[in-house]
Structure formats: C-alpha cells, structure tokens
Design a protein around this ligand. Structure first.
Ligand code: FAD
Ligand code: DHB
Length: 400
C-alpha cells in the first residue's frame, strides 16, 4: 500500500489531522492500535477553546457540537470556602465549550465513515523505517496479516506511550518532564450538574472540581494520591469528599449514580523538536500537561491544524516553510501552555498533607501562600484577564 501521509494513532489528534488532510485533497491512512469501540468509549477531556470550536466548525464538524455542546462564559474559583466568578465574556469577550473528547472523537469517526475513509483499527507491531530521509516505510500487523505502507511523511499521533517518539534517536531530541505527587480521581455521574459553570476549588484537603458533560451528566474530580487504588473509593466516600471540598454556604451538591471512575497520575512532559526528518509528532506523543485548565486536547487540535497547514503549502506549492515552521511554532505554544497548566496546578492543589507533623491542625506555609495568590488574583481584573485570555485559548487559526 502507498499513501501521502501515514498517521499513527486514531485519537483526536490523528483523526482530526486525517479529516483536515482529506478535505484538502491529501491522501492518508490512520493506523490505530485499539479497536474502534475502545477509542470511542475512552473518557477524557471536556473543554474546547474558542478557536478549537471555530476550527472544528469550519471543518464541518460543528453540527452536534453546537447542539449538544454548552458555551461557558466563565468559571468559578473557590478557596477558603468562598466562590468567585471569573467572567471570560466581560474580561476578554471570549468563551469555551463544554463538549466531551469522546463526542469529538465520535464526530470524527462519523465523518470518516461518511467519506468512506475509516481508520484501520486493531493494528499492532508498528515499525517505522526510513523516516529520516523518506519515503518512509511503516510495517504493521492487522488480523494476523502483515502489511507494508509507504508514505511521503509520517504523523506520530500515537499518544504518550506510542512508538513514534521512541523511534527518534536519543541524540536528536531533548525531553523535559515533571511528575506531580498527586493524581486526579475522576467520575461521571447521572445527575444534573449542581452548577452552571465549572468550579475549581482549593480546599485544605486538596483540589476538587465540578465539571459536566450535559444537563444530565456531571463530571467531577478530586486530588488524590496517584498510587491510590480506585477500589478504596466507594461511591459514598467520593461524594462525601466532594461535598467537603466543594462545599460553600447555601449550596448543595446533588448526588447521582456514578457510572465511570478512575485515577490518573499527573505529569508534564515535552519532547523537542517535534520533527525528525519526515516524521512529525502531534499531540500527546510530543507533550503532556497536567489537566488543570483543560489544555491537553486543545494542544492536540492546534498541532493538527499547524501540521495540516504545512502539508497543504507543501503539496500545493512545493513550499516547505510551513513544515519547517511546524516544530518551532508548536513547541513555542506548548511551553506557553506548559506554564499555564503548571501555574493552575500549583495554585489549586495541596502539595503536602501536613508539613507540621508536631501540629497537624496547623495549615502549612505553602497553603497560605496559595490563598494569598488566589485572593490577589480574584481581586484583580488584570489578573483574572490573564487567566481568561489563556483559558479561552491562545489564538491558533491561520487558515487561508
Ligand atoms: P491520545 O488521545 O492518547 O490518542 C493516541 C492514540 O494512539 C490512541 O487512540 C492510542 O490507542 C493510539 N496508539 C497508542 N499507541 C499506538 C501504537 N503503537 N500504534 C498505533 N496506535 C497507537 N486533558 C484534558 O484537557 N482534560 C482532562 O480531563 C484529561 N483527562 C485525561 C485522562 C487520561 C486518562 C488521559 C490519558 C489524558 C487526559 N487528558 C485530559 C489529556 C487529553 O485527553 C489528551 O491530551 C488527548 O487525548 C490528546 O490526544 P492525542 O490524539 O494526541 O492522544
Ligand atoms: C474537565 C477537565 C479539565 O482538566 C478541566 O480543567 C476542566 C474540565 C472535564 O473533563 O470536564
């Protein structure tokens, strides 16, 4: 088989890149390790930046998004038991959309089905050859049969644990990372959200967040030990802890049936550059951010958009500048968002249970600094504008 672009990984980054390329007349094949159901069912992110929504809409993927997605014009920040509104509309005139990553993936899969270009699922043993100077060869197994695919370029959209990044020689990349001493326990529950907009709360016992997926499904998170076992968390224990951490005067957290729960560790990671010869890394394969601020999916969408633009210039006009600019441009944005995600994470999580072992009732210094930071932020329109500007998304549209 031969194609113009081999895309490894059928998550949001790979499927979106494939969709954009197809619409621009560039042939491509998506190879996905898992089966189709698994990639649809996987529960992850839930917030889309304004420009990501514009891009998906322009790419013909906006129908369900505009019907079922919810526009949110702000968030709440909570600390010391009191809740403060950050109005994105008033501060920067922009919004975000609450629409699950699962739904984005489903819309992409539907669009691929409609065009008759579905991904190849349950593909294993992918091996890349000749990516340095191309054309590249991609060997893989599907249904017990071995295949060889030849492509001008390879897009590595295979997430944090894929095969593309490791196939770049160590001497050709620098990696940076930080692990956080906590993870997020996330739940989905059949209950109407108890809030109109997302609540990010710093509590003495740790971070908590109230998000949502629809009028009947709530998504909530708790900061927990990353090594904790989900079986230690009964539904009642989860709701009690959420009640404690999100509680504020005159407000009630409605409970409902929990139908999904898991614990995800948190880390930051960057691999630079995002290109090696004819191999381009896209999305989580090149970078991970801690989820506070909901940037992982949005970064993946921005990468796909940049790479698409570079490919179009190359195939239409033989102009390589977009491909040459892909990595520097993406990496710059990645570090800006690494900063935002780390800032939000540090501001809103407890870093120690209790630093003062002699006196466990005594809240520690770092926590008091965080409260000072949050009160300063919430009292300053300029501070809140900074948060609103980046939360709603750094601009990334550069479409002709
Ligand atoms: P992925 O979604 O990881 O897709 C990569 C695809 O490649 C997968 O389908 C995988 O099966 C496939 N693949 C892997 N290895 C191979 C291989 N060898 N061959 C072929 N295919 C392969 N972000 C937020 O903003 N908010 C959140 O709440 C949030 N929660 C998250 C929870 C979890 C458990 C995880 C892992 C991530 C979460 N993220 C969150 C991050 C966000 O979901 C990612 O940034 C986003 O999925 C990136 O998309 P991607 O397509 O680059 O990678
Ligand atoms: C969600 C996830 C996030 O990381 C975040 O900052 C906001 C919302 C969510 O899954 O809904």
């Amino acid at each position: 088989i031969s194609t113009q672009i081999a895309i490894i990984g059928g998550g949001p980054a790979g499927l979106l890149l494939s969709h954009l390329l197809r619409r621009s007349g560039i042939e491509n094949v998506v190879l996905e390790l898992r089966d189709r159901e698994y990639t649809i069912e996987r529960v992850r992110a839930g917030v889309l930046e304004q420009d990501a929504v514009n891009l998906l809409t322009d790419a013909g993927l906006g129908d369900r998004l505009h019907h079922e997605g919810q526009r949110h014009d702000g968030i709440y920040l909570q600390y010391n038991g009191s809740r403060h509104h950050v109005s994105f509309r008033e501060l920067v005139g922009r919004s975000v959309w609450v629409y699950g990553q699962q739904e984005v993936v489903r819309d992409l899969i539907d669009a691929h089905d409609e065009a008759g270009t579905p991904a190849r699922y349950s593909v294993s043993d992918i091996e890349l050859d000749n990516v340095a100077d191309g054309p590249a060869t991609v060997r893989f197994t599907q249904d017990g049969e071995e295949f060889e695919l030849t492509a001008d370029f390879v897009a590595g959209a295979d997430g944090a644990h894929g095969v593309c990044r490791p196939s770049i020689p160590a001497a050709e990349k620098t990696t940076y990372q930080r692990e956080y001493p906590f993870g997020w326990l996330g739940i989905l529950a059949h209950v109407q959200p108890s809030t109109d907009e997302l609540i990010y709360a710093l509590h003495e016992r740790g971070f908590a967040m109230h998000s949502m997926r629809s009028d009947t499904v709530s998504r909530l998170y708790l900061q927990v030990d990353p090594h904790d076992d989900i079986t230690n968390w009964s539904d009642d224990r989860i709701w009690d802890e959420l009640d404690l951490r999100l509680g504020t005067m005159g407000w009630t957290l409605e409970r409902g049936e929990i139908f999904d729960k898991s614990i995800t560790p948190m880390r930051s990671f960057v691999s630079d550059p995002m290109r090696f010869g004819n191999l381009f890394l896209v999305g989580d394969s090149a970078h991970i951010v801690p989820p506070t601020g909901a940037k992982g999916l949005n970064l993946a969408i921005a990468d796909a958009s940049y790479l698409h633009d570079g490919m179009v210039a190359w195939y239409r006009n033989g102009d390589a500048s977009g491909l040459d600019e892909y990595s520097p441009r993406s990496v710059k944005r990645v570090w800006q968002i690494q900063h935002f995600s780390a800032w939000m994470t540090r501001m809103l999580h407890r870093f120690e249970d209790s630093t003062d072992a002699e006196n466990p009732e005594n809240p520690d210094y770092d926590y008091q600094v965080q409260l000072g930071q949050l009160s300063q932020l919430c009292e300053s329109p300029r501070g809140m504008s900074h948060l609103a500007e980046i939360y709603t998304g750094l601009p990334f549209l550069s479409h002709p």
